[in-house]
Design a protein. Structure first.
Length: 94
């Protein structure tokens, strides 16, 4: 097994390289900024769909444009945690 293959396998689990994680972060920020109260799972789905429909092309383009920087951060970290992932964890508590 070559080194690049090992690095690729490790990078696959990197949240920094998963655009959907950053999309969820964007939606979460929109919900928190609006101070909406979620009363049920159905209410949450409705609010998420509304937040998604209000997402601009510029916001999604920004997520796409950030992928080069995210890939480089993972390479620089040798496949380990990056500052970008650390910031995401701090801003999106479970």
């Amino acid at each position: 097994m070559c080194i690049s293959h090992i690095q690729l396998k490790r990078a696959i689990v990197q949240q920094d390289l998963n655009p959907i994680e950053h999309t969820w972060q964007l939606l979460d920020a929109k919900l928190r900024a609006s101070s909406v109260k979620l009363t049920s799972e159905a209410d949450m789905m409705e609010k998420l769909q509304a937040a998604w429909s209000q997402t601009t092309t510029a916001e999604t383009q920004n997520l796409i444009s950030s992928m080069g920087r995210r890939c480089q951060a993972v390479i620089d970290a040798n496949g380990g945690p990056t500052k970008l992932m650390f910031l995401m964890v701090l801003t999106c508590p479970i």
